[in-house]
Design a protein around this ligand. Sequence first.
Ligand code: G3I
Length: 365
Amino acid sequence: MITTFFSIALNLISCSPRADSVQPEDTIEVYTISGTRITAGIDSNSTLKSVAPFPIGAAINPRLLSSIPLYKETLQREYNSVSSENCFKMNQIQPKAGGFYWKDTDALVNFAKESNMRVHGHTLIYYKSLPEWVTSFQGDSLAWENLMKTHIQTVVGRYKGVVTSWDVVNEAFEDDGTLRRSVWYEKLGADYIARCFQYAHQADPRALLFYNENVVGKPKKLTAVLALVNNLKKRGIAIHGIGVQMHININTSEEALTTDVRQFVNTGLLVHISELDIRMNPTYSTNFTLTNALQTRHALKYKNVAKLYRSVVPKSQQFGITNWNVGDADSWLRKTSPCEDYPLLFSDNYSRKPAYYGFIQGLTN
Ligand code: G3I
């Protein structure tokens, strides 16, 4: 284990144009480039979960769990929380009206149980990933209400006491701060969001309930989310946290992120960085080259996100940080973008990248 760790570190050093050889016992200088040092003062047994002062999660795919041993091993070694990238979405969990498919979600939950991990359920009500039977559903508002309520309560009820927390509603707003004209809004009106939280709370009164949104760089949307959660709180509707998705890139400004996160902290709710990945190729260049300089910037951005979370979010509101999958090859960005990118902490073959060490440094220093 120690040998592997050192050889990974040394490999990284050998990629660096200017690598120091400062390696005090059990402390590894990972990367030095143009005077910028990405160091990780950790011992060879350290992992993300062992150094982080709050839960560190990954959004996972149960089919990768069963097919790639290293995926599973990396999760068990590094993480103490899991979220579901897709398997709780309505098209996967209720593909037919009343026909629930539990195989993948049960696999995820059982894996978390045997690995002593927390489970965060993503997501109950979303405008995307709807099964065809919902998009073509014909019924009055009562029938729609019943459909939404039954879905929420069947899923939450099955995992009552097992799934710790839920993204109850995901991405209900447009970037301009208006409510998205989703099928839920169109059929049930603006207050459908409040009722989703009520239904989830009835099904598992101890579950922590989150509103999850992509607000980075979208000030109008952020203001709308704040208004929503403050309204729910004022009405005494159970809402416990806000999920701040963080699909960012190496150029995203830390100042803007800090301002966004601070505003959510002011609500007094839990704050979850719920979907962290950092694109290295923000312009989707087809001539992208993975350089040391880019890896260093990537590592620094991970470090800064971790530091920001630790410094801006009080301990009592730190729900944790969740990476949006594990290895670069698993990332949705590889599937949706035709261009090369390396957005996560682990490489395609699950070795620790400079980003991993940058993140560790942000979690510890
Ligand atoms: O279900 C089919 C499957 O049967 C088929 O074999 C496969 C072939 O490509 O496609 C499968 O569906 C895809 C699914 O991911 C599972 O891979 C969908 O086409 C694809 O649209 C879906 O994309 C997911 C997307 O949400 C939409 O639900 C991404 O993996 C997932 O990373 C992404 O995650 C979202 C969060 O939920 C919310 N925030 C933004 C984030 C990124 O878009």
